[in-house]
Design a protein around this ligand. Structure first.
Ligand SMILES: *[C@@H]1O[C@H](CO)[C@@H](O)[C@H](O)[C@H]1NC(C)=O
Ligand SMILES: *[C@@H]1O[C@H](CO)[C@@H](O)[C@H](O)[C@H]1NC(C)=O
Ligand SMILES: *[C@@H]1O[C@H](CO)[C@@H](O)[C@H](O)[C@H]1NC(C)=O
Ligand SMILES: *[C@@H]1O[C@H](CO)[C@@H](O)[C@H](O)[C@H]1NC(C)=O
Ligand SMILES: *[C@@H]1O[C@H](CO)[C@@H](O)[C@H](O)[C@H]1NC(C)=O
Ligand SMILES: *[C@@H]1O[C@H](CO)[C@@H](O)[C@H](O)[C@H]1NC(C)=O
Length: 432
């Protein structure tokens, strides 16, 4: 009897933790919404990264593949699952002269008032170069476009702090947490594909500098959103904390998969600790409904629940667990994952999932073009869901370690041991 009770207990605990997975058709709709919605430079870059992680994980730095990729990986050309990513690199590079008014030399991949955002497309461009992508007829100079983008970031056109942090904006010196996702992962990948260790080191240094300006020790280590110049935001914008954590994880994994891994161990440790520091600062503010507020620690009455940052941050918890064996916040990431994919019980709505519209846009979300306001549709939020799914999928494939320490360990024990422990407890309680 106890053992059937235990079976029931474990089965129900399992059912509790097994929120439904997205089905293919739903994932496809999320991808399609992302495709139609992503038009700004950082949205294109984030889309390319999300698609790589989800559809061709062996080309992502989160796999164990070496960076640069071994040519045996694309003897017969890059896999067709990478086509949408390479097509993005192609359309951006092919349109460079139109976008940049025929500029020569240092220039961003596309025109933007942000200095940092266009660089987010860089890893896709470097992969197009490295794999010798010719699906476009072979006319584009991907390596040259990447070099021009790097030279542009270090040129006098982009302001820097006195210690070298690259401004997120062109018109004024201003640091945004967002930039950590846009610039350092590209510099790191570029450093590795050009065998330039000092460029890889520079990617790490940019993370370090950004942290030194944005980390708020009076807020448990969460990062501020925007400092310096006019139009600052000293709030701890949840998406910004997610951008920073996710960007640092990509730099960490790029180093770890490179030929410099052994000589850059302390840099990897720092990056893992800085990601953990953001998690330690922000997860105490996760609400019981599994979502963060747009500003997790703000009591401003116009604050609201934000599913976008919730998804991005959850992805970084799964990634840190895989990359660094740190499981501290996994139960909370699992709670967010369950909440975001929960079924809808509201019969007056025609949507199957509580946090998606019937046509699969994540909701509620911050307006991606107005960070203090709630929005209706967010392309980047669609990408964050894909990144969460990719990261969680990798974590499940690696054995779902650290999900909820107690339940996992208990249900993993043999029936015999569970029986022994229960009889012991029943015996003790009986005697007492
Ligand atoms: C090319 O750049 C121009 C100018 O910025 C822009 O209007 C157009 O949408 C771009 N086309 C593509 C295919 O990206
Ligand atoms: C482009 O790819 C070639 C290998 O095909 C590599 O030697 C070169 O360093 C790459 N350039 C960049 C900027 O990554
Ligand atoms: C390597 O990267 C550094 C930036 O850290 C740059 O100054 C240098 O020119 C690069 N070297 C080459 C050969 O491109
Ligand atoms: C819908 O109902 C199920 C079963 O009662 C529950 O587990 C789930 O949390 C509910 N979803 C929401 C969004 O309230
Ligand atoms: C039901 O779904 C359609 C799109 O499929 C949408 O246009 C409509 O507004 C939805 N109705 C409600 C009540 O949500
Ligand atoms: C509350 O948030 C709104 C919207 O972001 C902002 O305009 C307002 O200044 C904030 N109020 C306070 C007291 O911070």
């Amino acid at each position: 009897m106890p053992s059937s009770f235990l079976f029931w207990l474990c089965a129900s605990l399992f059912a509790l933790t097994a929120a439904q997975n997205l089905i293919d058709n739903q994932l496809t709709q999320i991808e399609n919404n992302l495709a139609t919605g992503a038009t700004h430079s950082w949205e294109i870059g984030t889309r390319a990264e999300a698609l790589t992680e989800l559809l061709t994980p062996s080309y992502s730095v989160f796999s164990s593949s070496s960076v640069p990729l071994s040519s045996s990986q694309f003897t017969y050309g890059p896999p067709s699952s990478l086509d949408p990513v390479l097509a993005l690199a192609h359309s951006v590079v092919a349109n460079r002269s139109t976008s940049n008014d025929n500029a020569q030399g240092p220039q961003p991949f596309m025109q933007d008032t942000a200095a940092g955002d266009p660089a987010s497309i860089g890893v896709a461009v470097l992969i197009a170069n490295w794999t010798g992508y010719t699906g476009d007829g072979g006319a584009e100079d991907y390596a040259g476009a990447a070099r021009d983008q790097v030279d542009y970031l270090f040129s006098g056109s982009v302001p820097k702090t006195s210690d070298g942090a690259i401004s997120h904006r062109v018109s004024q010196l201003q640091l945004w947490s967002d930039s950590v996702y846009m610039v350092p992962p590209f510099l790191a990948y570029y450093g590795v594909t050009t065998a330039n260790r000092s460029m890889l080191q520079e990617a790490y240094t940019q993370c370090k500098l950004y942290r030194s300006y944005l980390r708020d020790s009076s807020a448990g280590g969460m990062w501020k959103h925007i400092v310096m110049g006019s139009g600052t935001d000293s709030g701890h914008w949840a998406t910004g904390n997610g951008w920073a954590a996710a960007g640092m994880l990509r730099v960490l994994r790029t180093i770890a998969n490179s030929q410099y891994a052994n000589t850059m161990k302390s840099e990897q440790t720092d990056l893992a600790n800085w990601v953990g520091e953001i998690h330690n600062g922000i997860y105490p503010h996760l609400q019981s409904n599994g979502l963060f507020k747009n500003y997790p620690d703000s009591s401003n009455s116009s604050n609201f629940d934000d599913a976008a940052s919730t998804a991005l941050l959850a992805s970084t918890v799964y990634r840190l667990a895989n990359a660094w064996g740190r499981h501290t916040h996994l139960p909370q990431a699992e709670r967010s994952w369950q909440a975001l994919l929960a079924s809808n019980n509201d019969s007056s709505s025609n949507s199957t999932l509580a946090h998606f519209t019937s046509d699969m846009w994540l909701t509620p979300i911050v307006d991606p073009y107005n960070f203090g306001q709630q929005g209706a549709r967010s392309p980047e939020a669609q990408a964050f869901v894909l990144e969460m799914e990719a990261a969680r999928g990798d974590w499940v494939a690696a054995g779902s370690q650290g999900a909820s320490a107690a339940v996992g360990r208990w249900c993993g024990l043999g029936v015999w041991w569970r029986w022994m422990m229960v009889t012991a407890v029943v015996g003790i309680v009986g005697v007492w």
